[in-house]
Design a protein around this ligand. Sequence first.
Ligand code: PMP
Length: 455
Amino acid sequence: GSGVEWDKETLLEKDRQYLWHHITPHNPNPMIGVSGEGSWLTDIDGNRYFDGMSGLWCVNVGHGREEIAQAAAEQMKTLAYFPPYHSHVPGIRLAEKVNEWLEGGYRIFFSNSGSDANEVAFKIARQYHHQNGEPTRFKFISRHRAYHGNSMGALGATGQANRKTKYEPLGTGFQHIAPPYCYRCPFGQKEGDCRMQCAEAYEDVINWEGAETVAAVIMEPVITGGGVIVPPENYMKRVREICDKYGVLMIVDEVICGFGRSGQRFGHQNFGVRPDIVTMAKGITSAYSPLSATAVREDMYEVFKKGGDSHFRHVNTFGGNPASCAVALKNIEILEREQLVERSASLGESLRGKLEALKDHPLVGDIRTFGLIAGIELVEDKQSKAPAAPDKLAHVISECKKRGLLIGKNGDTVPGFNNVLTLSPPFVTTEEELDFIVLTLGEALAGLLVPAEGA
Ligand code: PMP
C-alpha cells in the first residue's frame, strides 16, 4: 500500500499550511510522490513518471530496492545507533569498502550530507597545514558555477551568486576562478586551439594570493549542478601538478560524480589523478539513507594521530550511524553484483549517441555528457549563443512532465544563465527508456519553434 490515508485535497491543504519546500518554496501544487520502482515514480493520482534525474542526482540503483530496505530494518533491529567515537561492524566494513573503491590509501571520516563532508574536508585541510607548521595556509580556491553545499563554508566555496548574496558573510577565505567552460571559454580561446589557461590560472591565483596562504583547491571532476561543465581531458592532471608544486592540497567533491555516475567508480578516476581528499555523499547509499564521507590520504592522517592536541576536533552525532552504513554496504553490493558502474558507462555512451539527434535543433547550443550525466545548453540562437530565456526551459521541462518524463536544469548559477537542461537517469535504465527520454525531449523542444510568419 502507498500509506496514503488522506485524500489528495486534504494532503495539499496541510502541505500549504505546514511544509516549507526546498527550491520551489511557494509551489501551491507540488507533486506528491507515493512510490517508486526502478527508474519510475508514481504520484498520488497514479501518474507514472520516468525519473530522468534520479531524484537530485542520487537514486543510482533505482527505486524500490527491497533488499536495501531489509538491510536497514535488520541493522535497526540489531543496533540502530552507536556513538561515533566508538566503532561498529557496518562502519568498519564500509570504511574498508570505500577505501577499496578509491584504490586504497585513504582514511574515511563519516558524516550525513555532502555539505557536511565538504566542511570536514576544509577543517581537515586547515588543521593539517597547521600541524605541519604552516598555519597561514587557510585559503581555498574553488570555481565559479560550482556548488559545494548549503552550510556557510560550503556556500563560501560555492561559485553561484544567487545562492549566496542574501546570506553573507559566509565562511571566509574562498577564492574563485573561472571554470573550464569550453563552449563559452572565459579566456576567449577556441576549442582545439587552447593552452588550457583555465588550468594555468591556478598557478596565477596561487602566486597572487601567496602560496604560503593557500590550503587547498576544491573541485568536482565535472561541474554538475552548475551546468555540466566538462573540462579538457588533461585539466585535472595539470591542476594536480600545480598543487604539488606549491604544497596545495587537492580536494575532489565526488558528491554527484562518485559511485558510478561518471562511468568509473569515482569521477577523478576518468582523469588519472589521485586527490588528497575526496568527499562523497548521495551515491554512497543511492539516497536510501543520509550518509556522507570524507576520505583523506592515509599519510595525512599521521599528523592527526600524534596524540595530545593533534586530534581532529569534530563530532557529528549521526555521522556514519550503523543503519546508514548497512544501507551503503548493500547499495555498493548491488552496484558490484549487477555491474552497474559498467552499465552506467555503457548507458552514458549510448545516451551521448542518441542525443546527437537533438543537436541540429536551432535552440540547442551545446550538448555535454560525462558518464551517465548529460547537459543540454539552450540558446536563443546558435550564432550569438545568447542564453535561452527561463520560460523556454520551463516550457521544455513541463512538456516533458506532461509526457511522463522528469528532467532537471542547472542550479541557480548566475542571473540569465540557468539555461542548461540536465539528465542523470538511474543506472538500471534500459535502452528503450533512453529512446523514450530522447524522443520526449525532442517533442518538447519542437514546441519551442515559432512557425515563420505566414507559415
Ligand atoms: N557537492 C555537490 C557537488 C553537490 O551537488 C551537492 C548537492 N547537490 C552537495 C555538495 C551538497 O550535498 P548535500 O545536499 O547532501 O548537503
